[in-house]
Ligand binder design. Structure first.
Ligand SMILES: Nc1ncnc2c1ncn2[C@@H]1O[C@H](COP(=O)(O)OP(=O)(O)O)[C@@H](O)[C@H]1O
Ligand SMILES: [Mg+2]
Length: 371
């Protein structure tokens, strides 16, 4: 999968930007606060319709503008598809090949992009919400069923909470219909999350071993659901759990159980590193988690994701850099930002197109990476 053309209108500090990409490796060079990350962010928005660094879509709109548009051509299997994300104060609209889609959920899971950035540490150090959002976004990138399950889950959760909040005398028949529905979606989402974490674990150990020489890393999904072999047993288990909290839910007027409260954690040598690990352990495990995702795309889905590497080369030691570079050399399209070309391996620079970013303007650097 290759992004061949990117068009930005009123995005962050860009008025109008058109970039054509001829090469697999593309490097954006510039001082701080010039707009390098904004370009990678726009590619992420094109893929996932939202930013990797803010939940407020309107922040993406250039100051004093009314809307922003990100448009891109993606080449996949020798076919070019045009994608468009428009964001304004009322929300967002998405189109494929000029045809507007009714729902954003229909747009997702088509463009595969993986972002590596310094903020990734939040996935480990942040709150369960940070981690859930991360896993939700990553699974959504792979699996459109998951997108629908999540959106249905959120709707039924909202209905159930509103019913609890606004009704004095609960109609137990109606309430048990809502509960059955939420149980069904809990199980669907639980299974997809388990399956994703299993896939991560299938690859992350070897990757971790390559980098650190050890293979004792594991990602765990901490759910309120206890693992069961049979679907019927799961339904029964969840009915029991919801019955158990029924009185408390009536009292607190809110849904107390569900996958919207689950969490993920990373274990090294059997110890959960979220609270205890060193900064170095956090960094390397996030790196491995993302490299494992690339393997999932390639080996399980036969897809070549686009890599977005935001300012990560300055922080990584040689060994970790060379592990990422291995993937770049594997012919994936990659967009790299850096303040300094010296941070990037010479061989990579030699094969790259260089773009110089200055105050929301982009110019092409000379061939062979010389400015
Ligand atoms: N919505 C916006 N409208 C106008 N400018 C913005 C907006 N959001 C961010 N910026 C500007 O973008 C610049 C930061 O861009 P960024 O891509 O993060 O820089 P860097 O080159 O360091 O990666 C800052 O100058 C900031 O003021
Ligand atoms: Mg930046």
């Amino acid at each position: 999968m290759i992004l061949t053309k990117l068009l930005l209108k009123e995005f962050r500090n860009y008025d109008n930007l058109e970039l054509n990409f001829d090469k697999k490796i593309n490097i954006f060079i510039g001082n701080n606060a010039q707009g390098k990350t904004n370009i990678l962010e726009s590619i992420y928005v094109l893929a996932l319709t939202k930013s990797h660094r803010t939940n407020k879509d309107t922040y993406l709109i250039k100051q004093n503008s009314l809307f922003t548009k990100v448009i891109g051509d993606i080449e996949d299997d020798n076919k070019i598809t045009n994608y468009e994300v428009l964001i304004n104060n009322e929300g967002k609209r998405v189109s494929i090949n000029g045809n507007p889609l009714k729902k954003v959920s229909e747009y997702l899971s088509r463009i595969n992009a993986i972002m590596f950035c310094p903020d990734d540490l939040e996935i480990i150090k942040g709150t369960p919400l940070n981690r859930r959002s991360f896993f939700n976004v990553e699974i959504s990138g792979l699996n459109n069923d998951y997108v629908r399950y999540l959106s249905d889950y959120n709707k039924i959760l909202k209905t159930r909470n509103e019913y609890l909040k606004t009704t004095d005398k609960i109609d137990t028949n109606y309430f048990s219909i809502l509960t059955d529905k939420i149980i069904d979606l809990n199980i669907k989402i639980y299974k997809e999350r388990i399956s994703f974490v299993n896939k991560i674990n299938k690859y992350i150990k070897d990757i971790y071993k390559n980098i650190t020489g050890k293979n004792n890393i594991e990602v765990k999904y901490d759910s309120f659901i206890d693992e069961e072999e049979l679907e019927d047993d799961l339904i029964f288990q969840l009915q029991r759990k919801y019955e158990g909290v029924f009185n408390n839910e009536l009292f607190q007027k809110v849904t107390l159980l569900g996958i919207h409260k689950d969490d993920f954690s990373i274990y090294i040598d059997g110890v959960k590193i979220n609270n205890f690990g060193s900064q170095g352990q956090h960094r390397v495990s996030i790196l491995c988690l993302k490299l494992a995702e690339i393997e999932i795309y390639r080996k399980e889905y036969n897809k070549q994701p686009i890599l977005l590497l935001d300012d990560i080369f300055s922080e990584l030691d040689k060994n970790k850099k060379s592990n990422i570079i291995k993937y770049i050399e594997n012919n994936l399209q990659v967009f790299i930002t850096s303040t300094d070309l010296d941070n990037i391996n010479k061989k990579i620079v030699k094969n790259a197109d260089i773009f110089i970013v200055e105050e929301g303007k982009v110019t092409r650097g000379e061939q062979n990476g010389r400015k």
